[in-house]
Design a protein around this ligand. Structure first.
Ligand code: GLY
Ligand code: MN
Ligand code: MN
Length: 439
C-alpha cells in the first residue's frame, strides 16, 4: 500500500469514537469494552480452531491476531489497547504493537488473559465479546442498543477502510490472475488453489472465506470447497470464488472462464458479464437492493431466452420461479470486516428488520444503498440437477428446452462477482479497478 495511512486512520478512529459516544449514551453505559476474543479449543485436543478476532475489535485496529487483547473506550479519553503478549516459547507470540496506528492508543502490554481482564475499568460497561465460551472474570453483555447502533454505522465505510478494501481487492485479483493461468496450464483444482495462495501470499486461514475452485460440473455446487487432486480429462469450465484479506478487511471475487473451443458456453458467460456489469452500474445512492435483485431476475430471464434455454416471457419466468431454479441465491451482500458483513437487513440504527421479498430466501441485503456502503454484485446462472428436477415436475417444464439445458449441464454454471462501493456519484468497482491495474 503506497498510502500514508496515519492521517486517514486518525480520522477513522475519530469517527469510531463519535459513534461509540453515541452508542454508549443510548444505552446508558460508561465504557465500551471490546474483546479480541480467545481461541476455541478443539474437543479432547490440545490444539485450537483457527482464531478469528472479533470484528468489532478489528474495526478499531488492524490487528487480526491478538487473542485475549481488549480495546477499551471511555468517552472523553484516548482509546486504550490492552495487549496480551504471552510468555510462551511454544508459539510465535504477537509482535509488540507498531506502525501507523499505535499513536491513537494508550497501550498496555500484559502477559496473560487474566491480567488483561483485571485492567478493564469497572462501572456500567458494554462488553462486546462472544458469550460462549465466556472469558473468565468478565461477562459479555452485547447490549442490543449498542450493537445495533454500531452495526448500522459499520455499513458506512470510512476513507481509511476503503483504502484497505482496495488493497484486499488488489491482492485477490493478483491471485485470480495466477489461478486463471494455472487453469489454462491444465492444473487440478488443488493445483489452482496452490497457485492462488502463492500469488496472494496468504494462508488459507488468513483468507476471508474458504476458496471455491470448481472445474466443470463442480461449478454447479454453490459452495464447493473440495479440491480435486487430479485434473479432469477434459477442461470446460473454471469458476473461482476467492478473496483476500487486508488488515482484516475482505474482498470477495468470482470469475468464470470457458476452456478454449467452448464457444456456446463462452457466449453465455459473455451475456452474464454484460448483465453483471449492468447491475454493478446501478450501485447508486437511493437504489433499493432488493429491487436490484428482482431486476437481475428479469435480466437473467432475458439471458436464458436469448440462449434458447426458455421460451417464456421474462415476466412469467420470474413469476413462475423458473429464474430461481437457475439463479438460486441472492444478488449479493454487504462486505467489509466480514465477507458477509452486518446490518444487511437492519431498518435503522436502533435495529428492526427489513424482510426479503417473498420467494427470495437467500438474499442477504434488503436495504437501500447509500454512499459509503460496499456490496457485492454476484449474479449466477447454474445447472443444478436437484433444482432442474424440481423444475421438470412443474407445468412450466414445457417452456424449457431440456436438450439445451442438458448440453449446458457439463459446464456446471457461471458466477461473476465484484465488490462495489456506493458513492455520491458513479459507483467505484473495487474488483474491476484492481483487475485493470494488473492488466
Ligand atoms: N464467497 C461467498 C459469497 O460469494 O458470498
Ligand atoms: Mn459474495
Ligand atoms: Mn464470493
Amino acid at each position: 500500500m503506497s498510502h500514508d495511512l496515519a492521517p486517514l486512520y486518525a480520522q477513522h478512529v475519530a469517527t469510531l469514537r463519535q459513534r461509540a459516544d453515541q452508542a454508549l449514551a443510548l444505552g446508558g453505559f460508561d465504557h465500551l469494552l471490546i474483546a479480541a476474543s480467545t481461541p476455541l479449543r478443539i474437543f479432547l485436543d490440545d490444539q485450537d480452531y483457527p482464531f478469528v478476532a472479533n470484528p468489532h475489535f478489528r474495526h478499531w485496529l488492524p490487528l487480526t491476531d491478538a487473542p485475549g487483547s481488549w480495546v477499551v473506550y471511555t468517552p472523553g479519553d484516548k482509546p486504550k489497547l490492552i495487549f496480551v503478549q504471552p510468555r510462551d516459547y511454544w508459539h510465535v507470540v504477537p509482535a509488540a504493537p507498531s506502525g501507523y496506528w499505535v499513536g491513537q492508543f494508550d497501550i498496555t502490554i500484559v502477559r496473560t488473559y487474566a491480567e488483561a481482564v483485571a485492567l478493564l475499568p469497572k462501572g456500567r460497561r458494554a462488553v462486546i465479546a462472544p458469550e460462549c465460551p465466556s472469558i473468565e472474570g468478565v461477562e459479555a453483555n452485547n447490549p442490543e442498543v449498542v450493537v445495533n447502533y454500531l452495526h448500522w454505522h459499520r455499513s458506512y465505510k470510512t476513507p481509511y477502510e476503503l483504502v484497505l478494501m482496495r488493497e484486499a481487492s488488489r491482492i485477490g485479483t493478483r491471485a485470480h490472475h495466477a489461478a486463471e493461468k494455472a487453469f489454462r496450464a491444465g492444473e487440478s483444482e488443488f493445483g489452482i488453489q496452490l497457485a492462488y495462495l502463492a500469488a496472494a501470499r496468504q494462508t488459507e486461514k488468513e483468507l476471508p472465506y474458504s476458496n471455491i475452485v470448481c472445474l466443470n460440473e463442480h461449478a454447479a455446487v454453490l459452495h464447493y470447497t473440495h479440491f480435486d487432486r487430479i485434473p479432469p480429462k477434459q477442461r470446460r469450465t473454471f469458476l473461482i470464488d476467492a478473496g483476500a484479506n487486508a488488515s482484516g478487511y475482505a474482498s470477495d471475487i468470482t470469475r468464470t472462464y470457458a476452456a478454449d473451443g467452448h464457444q456456446e458456453f463462452q457466449a453465455l458467460i459473455d451475456s452474464m458479464e454484460r448483465a453483471q456489469q449492468g447491475f454493478g452500474a446501478k450501485v447508486k445512492a437511493g437504489q433499493s437492493y432488493p429491487e436490484l435483485h428482482i431486476h437481475a431476475h428479469h435480466v437473467l430471464a432475458e439471458v436464458l431466452r436469448e440462449h434458447g434455454l426458455i421460451r417464456l416471457s421474462a415476466e412469467s419466468a420470474v413469476q413462475s420461479g423458473v429464474t430461481s431454479a437457475f439463479f438460486p441465491h441472492g444478488l449479493g451482500h454487504p462486505i467489509g470486516l466480514q465477507v458477509h458483513d452486518v446490518a444487511g437487513f437492519q431498518a435503522n440504527e436502533s435495529g428492526g428488520f427489513i424482510a426479503r421479498p417473498e420467494g427470495h430466501p437467500y438474499l442477504r441485503m434488503t436495504r437501500a444503498l447509500e454512499p459509503g456502503m460496499v456490496v457485492t454484485i454476484e449474479p449466477g446462472l447454474y445447472f443444478i440437477d436437484m433444482l432442474l428436477e424440481e423444475l421438470r415436475a412443474k407445468p412450466v417444464a414445457n417452456d424449457i428446452d431440456w436438450n439445451k439445458v442438458d448440453a449446458f449441464r457439463p459446464y456446471g454454471g457461471i458466477r461473476i462477482e465484484d465488490d462495489v462501493v456506493c458513492t455520491d456519484g458513479e459507483p467505484e468497482n473495487l474488483t474491476r479497478d484492481a483487475f485493470a491495474a494488473h492488466a
